[in-house]
Design a protein around this ligand. Structure first.
Ligand code: HEC
Length: 234
C-alpha cells in the first residue's frame, strides 16, 4: 500500500500547526502593538537622536554579548530583588527597537533599567562615571572583567605648558595620561552614554506589567494619626 500521501499530510499538519502556534498566534497577539498613552507622553517614548546613534555603537561593540536587556518575573528570577528593575519586561518595552538586543548571557548586570540606576544628572557625575567606565572599567569598578573601549576616546597632544581643556576626561592616579596629553571622549562615546541613559523601561507601569504596590510601613495600624481630631469646630 502506498503511504506517501498520508505521510505527506501528516508532516504538513505537524508543520502547519507548529507554525500557527509559534509564529501566527504570537503575531496576532503581539504583532500590532502600538505605543500606549502615559500622561502627556506615550510609552515607549521615541529615543532622542543621540541615543539612537548610541544604540548603533552599543550594537557594533557587542555589548549585548555580556549584558542582557530583559528583567525576569519576580516569581521565577531574582532580577527584581537585585534592583535591575521594578517590574518584569514585556513585549511593549521593545516595540521601538530593531533589532531587539535582549542578550543571552549575563557576564555583566542587566541594562534594561540602567538609565534609572545611573541616570543623567545636572552635575554630570554619572556622565563622567560612564565615560571613565568605558575608557577603563578599572577606574570605577576595580577588578571588573569588562573590556576597555579606549578607541571611543581621542588622545590629544597639548602644547607645552597648556592646561587640560574642559572637554578632557578627568583621570587621576595611575590612569592619568602622560604629561602633555589629554584624553577626550569622541562623539561616539557621548552617544553611547546617552543610549545608556535612555534605558529606563522597567520603571513604567503597564497594564500587563504593573509596578508592585509598596508594602505598608512597619507598625502601620488603623489608629488615627497622632494629633488627629474628629471635631469639626476649631
Ligand atoms: C566581557 C563582558 C562585557 C562586555 C563585552 C561589556 N561589559 Fe559592561 N560590564 C561587564 C561587567 C562584568 C560589569 C560589572 C562590573 C563593572 O561595573 O565594570 C559591567 C558593567 C557595566 C555597566 C554598569 C552597570 C551597572 O548597573 O552598574 C555598564 C553601564 C556597562 N557595563 C556598559 C557596557 C557597554 C556600553 C558595553 C559595550 C561597549 C559593555 N558594557 C560591554 C561586562 C561586560
Amino acid at each position: 500500500m502506498n503511504h506517501g500521501p498520508l505521510i505527506f499530510l501528516g508532516l504538513l499538519f505537524t508543520m502547519a500547526s507548529s507554525w500557527c502556534g509559534l509564529v501566527l498566534a504570537p503575531q496576532l497577539q503581539l504583532g500590532n502593538q502600538q505605543p500606549v498613552a502615559k500622561g502627556s507622553t506615550s510609552y515607549p517614548p521615541n529615543r532622542p537622536g543621540l541615543a539612537n546613534q548610541g544604540r548603533e555603537i552599543y550594537r557594533a561593540n557587542g555589548c549585548f554579548y555580556c549584558h542582557s536587556q530583559q528583567v525576569g518575573p519576580r516569581d521565577s528570577s531574582s532580577d527584581i530583588t537585585r534592583g535591575w528593575g521594578k517590574r518584569h519586561s514585556v513585549a511593549q518595552d521593545y516595540i521601538n527597537d530593531l533589532p531587539v538586543m535582549l542578550g543571552s548571557r549575563r557576564l555583566g548586570p542587566d541594562l534594561m533599567n540602567v538609565g534609572v540606576r545611573r541616570a543623567e544628572d545636572e552635575t554630570g557625575t554619572n556622565l563622567v562615571w560612564h565615560l571613565q567606565h568605558l575608557y577603563n572599567p578599572q577606574i570605577t569598578s576595580p577588578g571588573s572583567i569588562m573590556p576597555s573601549y579606549p578607541y571611543l576616546f581621542e588622545k590629544r597632544q597639548l602644547s607645552r605648558g597648556q592646561a587640560h581643556t574642559a572637554e578632557a576626561l578627568p583621570l587621576s592616579g595611575r590612569f592619568a595620561p602622560p604629561e602633555g596629553i589629554e584624553i577626550v571622549p569622541k562623539p561616539e562615546a557621548f552617544a553611547l552614554v546617552h543610549y545608556l541613559f535612555s534605558l529606563q523601561s522597567a520603571e513604567v507601569a503597564l497594564f500587563e506589567a504593573p509596578l508592585p504596590v509598596p508594602p505598608p510601613p512597619v507598625g502601620d495600624t488603623n489608629a488615627a494619626p497622632a494629633g488627629a481630631t474628629n471635631s469639626a469646630a476649631k
